[in-house]
Design a protein around this ligand. Structure first.
Ligand code: GLN
Length: 542
């Protein structure tokens, strides 16, 4: 059975709990252990699928079609272990499950309560399917003291008690702020946070102290004393130039060593950090730089396109260049000439999105990329925009559009109501719940031999993750192909276009799926590597 590591947070949110968990997972993995990461989210949404990216950042999609918290993206990028439905749960889903059980009569007339029923459900979720693992890392969303988090903290307290210290470790991430006026680092918020945690029965084994400056020995001793933790287990987590340095930094400050010691493991093999050294070296010493314009909608919130910006960075790693991203709100192009913003860039990417606002601006960006022969990458909604642009401008289909935004004269993007997955027929209807009618998760695609994408992937059969309701309408593909916009990837049943490309262009590819979800720093996604290579080529032309 796996050893459990619980990672909780205190003082404030956004301290990088997800990243710290992912980096610890990567470190244990680098020592040869088999790890898996899970996230418990105390909010009442059943999943983040219906939450706005403005509120909650990106929705990360797993192979098995779960819409999950973006921290699962960090976990996958750091460990390469594909996450699944079983790795993210919210209070909403737990309540939904046990209310269903209660309605079925499973509780045999007993009163259903938070303790033990909800907490048992949480414990069951944590412990499911972990037999072949060495370590299961479980991050609790939010911060200690949040009312909605209490059942989760109670559940992990119980597990700590039941399984004992050889099987369970508690890591608590806090903030040690630097107060400019006093010129000092302050330990009091950490003391209070740990007091709160101990108040609900959890004594942390390790404190990870986020700080903008190195934490002097005296302050570490003080934190240790007040928080009942050994001084060597007060681990400083200082701001780093790149997130990918976290595994190396954490190892240098003894994080993994101390975690192992909590479990009584003294002689673990040292971690092989070579892949992380390669990544950090590439990130910090690139040979050049390219500029990519990302023309989308949710530009104010950095986390809305988390996987995308990481995948672009990975594309840079593959080409040994830094990728500078211009995040442009597409609505700007509805007022101002796109050229003024796009003249200097080496590549244009229109990412996934929903709804009508800003679509005309995205179409302008596609037009600029196509006419000026600037590398163009359209992802999901970005493909839809490219199809609409080509349909209107090249195929002469005036009024071409997507049925997502009304009833266009030429519905070149439309809701397809049926398709097959393996031997199964899948369907969806216009009226279904917003959360229930998407094509979600991994689907295979067959690539046309000799096409650019087949060359990029070095394969003709691929699998990528989806999250969308609308598709390129096959009723129009012949007309689009006649004008040079070819379908080069199809669903295996030949019903759904998955990839389209213009061959008479330096790099013009639109994909129906989200390749950014599977890119990793040590394994950049081939499409991003190739797109950035095209941008490097472009940058040498201008
Ligand atoms: N809004 C589009 C759809 O639902 C595209 C979604 C996306 O880009 N992920 O089909």
């Amino acid at each position: 059975m796996a050893r459990l590591i619980f990672i909780t947070g205190g003082v404030v949110s956004s301290l990088g709990k997800g990243l710290a968990s992912a980096a610890l997972g990567a470190l244990l993995q680098a020592r040869g252990y088999k790890v898996r990461l899970r996230k418990l989210d105390p909010y009442l949404n059943v999943d983040p699928g219906t939450m706005s990216p403005f509120q909650h950042g990106e929705v990360y999609v797993t192979d098995d079609g779960a819409e999950t918290d973006l921290d699962l993206g960090h976990y996958e990028r750091f460990t390469g272990v594909a996450s699944s439905k079983a790795d993210n749960i919210t209070a909403g889903r737990i309540y939904q499950q046990f209310i269903e059980k209660e309605r079925r009569g499973d509780y045999l007339g007993r009163t259903v309560q938070v303790i033990p029923h909800v907490t048992d459900q949480i414990k069951e979720f944590i412990q499911a399917g972990q037999d072949d693992l060495d370590f299961l890392l479980c991050e609790i969303g939010g911060t200690v003291g949040d009312i909605e988090g209490l059942p989760f903290f109670e559940a992990i307290r119980q597990l700590g008690n039941e399984l004992g210290s050889e099987r369970v470790a508690f890591v608590h991430l806090t903030l040690v702020p630097f107060i400019e006026t006093a010129g000092e680092l302050k330990t009091k918020p950490t003391q209070h946070s740990v007091k709160e945690l101990r108040g609900i029965g959890i004594q942390p084994d390790i404190l990870l102290c986020r700080s903008s400056k190195p934490i002097p020995e005296d302050e570490r001793r003080k934190i240790a004393l007040f928080c009942n933790v050994r001084p060597e287990r007060v681990i400083p987590a200082i701001d780093l130039p790149t997130i990918y340095q976290a595994p190396i930094h954490f190892h240098d400050v003894g994080f993994d060593t101390q975690v192992l010691k909590v479990f009584g493991i003294e002689n673990a093999p040292p971690p092989d950090l070579s892949r992380w050294r390669w990544v950090v070296d590439r990130v910090t010493n690139p040979e050049g730089e390219v500029r990519i314009a990302v023309v989308g909608k949710y530009m104010q919130v950095k986390d809305s396109y988390k996987s995308l910006s990481e995948a672009l960075t990975h594309g840079g790693l593959a080409n040994n260049v830094r990728v500078k991203m211009d995040w442009i709100d597409s609505e700007i192009f509805e007022r101002d000439d796109a050229a003024a913003f796009l003249e200097e860039v080496d590549g244009i990417l229109v990412p996934g999105g929903f709804g009508e606002r800003g679509t005309q601006g995205k179409i302008e960006a596609v037009k600029f990329a196509r006419n000026r022969k600037v590398p163009f990458f359209g992802i999901c909604y970005g493909l839809h925009m490219a199809v609409i642009e080509v349909a209107r401008d090249l195929a002469g289909l005036e009024g071409a559009g997507t049925t997502e935004n009304g009833k266009p004269r030429h519905p070149v993007i439309a809701l397809m109501t049926e398709w097959t997955k393996g031997n199964r027929l899948e369907t969806r209807s216009e009226e279904g719940d917003l959360g229930g009618t998407m094509r979600l998760g991994a689907y295979p695609a067959v690539l046309t031999p000799g096409s650019r994408v087949a060359e990029i992937y070095g394969a003709t059969e691929i699998s990528e993750r989806h999250r969308h309701r609308y598709e390129v309408n096959v009723g129009y593909t012949r007309q689009l192909e006649e004008h040079g916009f070819r379908v080069s990837g199809w669903s295996p049943d030949g019903r759904l276009p998955e990839i389209m490309e213009i061959s008479d262009h330096p790099w013009f590819i639109g994909v129906q799926f989200h390749p950014e979800l599977k890119s990793k720093p040590f394994e950049p996604h081939p499409l991003f590597a190739s797109f950035i290579a095209a941008a490097v080529h472009q940058s040498r032309l201008v």
